[in-house]
Design a protein around this ligand. Structure first.
Ligand code: PHE
Length: 456
């Protein structure tokens, strides 16, 4: 028995595992990224495509990650190496790298959220929401709150799987759900709520046909990002499962929660924006902040709802950040032999440094690095990770995955075949098409808006 098997921690309860996975899934992806993608990619047309991908790709892909994690009881590098042989350790290494990149900028955006939470007690953003965002998005404040958020993440994860992550998510996830429900009920009472729902919920197929080249990769990237797929979070979390549970059931619950929260976010954000006369957010990562802060300054009880909204938003970001850092930390513990507190501190420090340019560089007050990191991470890196993993399992080792999934369920019969073929063809094809479109889109972004930004 290796040292790894002696000391590897396990979740204390089934709820602990499910809540940790929900906590990972629900985060900035739902509350920040989702509304600005909806605004940027044509409203409900995007929503429809996204929901389709969640079902078609999200669930099958999540089950693959679960099967790999529980089967190998390893971090992604060890897990892929154990299944695919030495060369696949490099793919696992890619997952670690993706986690590093994502949390580095994720923490900067989460720092903005935290800054807004603190600011909402004094209504600091009310006077001039635009100027407020410019003031905090890059520079000293941004760096300081990036550091605070990263330190909080490190502190929780350093305590371990049970005492840190599991305990934290058991408190965090129920509070997120409660506050979100309360906010949605409140939003339903706002004036103009009908227009907001209509914008958000009535699909316009014309937009879908005209703009599919950007909608498809954006929706696939968002599906992966929001479900924390494509970089081994679900492998790592499933590796801490001690017993053979019904993973299909767990996956369905987790996806149900994440999708419910994303839809709920739209039902909160769009009515608030319409009520304040702002309408759908202008495209861009800062828009949700500027527009919402402006709206909170306008509407009834805006200050109170600002505090609740940004408080809940900070917690949601934190419960995702702990999963991102845990992937890298589990790798450093398993494969490099460091103890958990040291591993966590070193990894957190490294991520802080990588995120620093995002917190510091701006052009005309606008943060210019977020898009650069974010599009690369969600639309290119996660999707690439997904394609490689789906290929390894569905084409290379389907028996292993089916056997593992059946452990908690019993004989799957033809459902198993359907699952594997779903992953083999539609999932892989959609991801390949998305990746190709995303690479073209990213090149256009680099030579277009980004080059303009940099040259001022
Ligand atoms: N799913 C998280 C969110 O929606 C982000 C995330 C992506 C977490 C990838 C882990 C891995 O905010």
């Amino acid at each position: 028995m290796s040292i790894d098997e002696v000391v590897r921690e396990h979740w204390a309860t089934r709820a602990g595992f499910i809540l940790a996975a929900v906590g990972s899934a629900v985060g900035l992806g739902n509350i920040w990224r989702f509304p600005f993608q909806v605004g940027q990619e044509g409203g409900s047309a995007f929503l429809l495509m996204y929901l389709f991908f969640i079902l078609l790709i999200g669930l099958p892909a999540m089950l693959v990650e679960f099967a790999v994690g529980r089967h190998t009881e390893r971090n992604p590098v060890g897990a892929l190496g154990a299944i695919g042989g030495r060369a696949w350790r490099y793919v696992g290494g890619l997952f670690i790298l993706i986690g590093f990149v994502i949390l580095s900028y994720y923490s900067v955006v989460a720092g903005w959220v935290l800054r807004y939470f603190v600011g909402s007690f004094t209504g600091a953003y009310a006077a001039d929401p635009e100027a407020y965002f410019v003031g905090i998005a890059t520079g000293f404040d941004a760096l300081a709150f990036h550091a605070i958020f990263m330190a909080a993440t490190v502190a929780i994860v350093a305590l371990g799987v049970r005492r840190g992550i599991e305990l934290a998510v058991k408190l965090m996830v129920p509070s997120i759900v409660l506050v979100m429900l309360g906010l949605a009920v409140y939003a339903a009472t706002l004036p103009e709520v009908g227009d907001a729902y209509a914008y958000y919920l009535s699909p316009d197929f014309g937009v879908l046909i005209d703009d599919w080249r950007s909608i498809v990769p954006a929706a696939a990237g968002q599906a992966f990002f929001t479900l924390s797929l494509g970089m081994g979070v679900m492998i790592t979390y499933a590796s801490y499962l001690a017993e053979d549970r019904n993973l299909a059931e767990d996956g369905t619950v987790i996806i149900g929660f994440d999708t419910g929260i994303a839809i709920l976010t739209g039902l909160i954000v769009f009515p608030i924006l319409f009520a304040a006369g702002i309408g759908a957010a202008d495209p861009g990562p800062g828009a949700v902040f500027v527009a919402l802060a402006g709206a909170f300054a306008e509407i009834r009880f805006g200050m109170l709802f600002g505090i609740l909204f940004f408080g809940m938003f900070s917690i949601a970001a934190l419960s995702s950040a702990i999963s991102l850092i845990e992937v890298v930390v589990s790798y450093v513990i398993d494969e490099r032999g460091l103890d958990r507190p040291t591993a966590t501190a070193i990894v957190g420090g490294g991520m802080f440094v990588l995120g620093a340019p995002v917190a510091l560089l701006s052009a005309d007050g606008a943060p210019i690095m977020v898009d650069l990191y974010d599009i690369l991470a969600a639309e290119i890196l996660l999707v690439t990770g997904g394609i490689l993993l789906m290929g390894l399992i569905a084409w290379g080792n389907p028996g292993l995955a089916i056997g593992e999934l059946e452990k908690g369920i019993g004989d799957l019969g033809t459902s198993a075949t359907v699952w594997i073929w779903l992953v083999r063809i539609p999932v892989v094809v959609v991801l390949l098409v998305s990746l190709a479109l995303a690479v073209v889109g990213y090149a256009e972004f680099l030579t277009g808006p980004f080059a303009e930004f940099v040259s001022g």
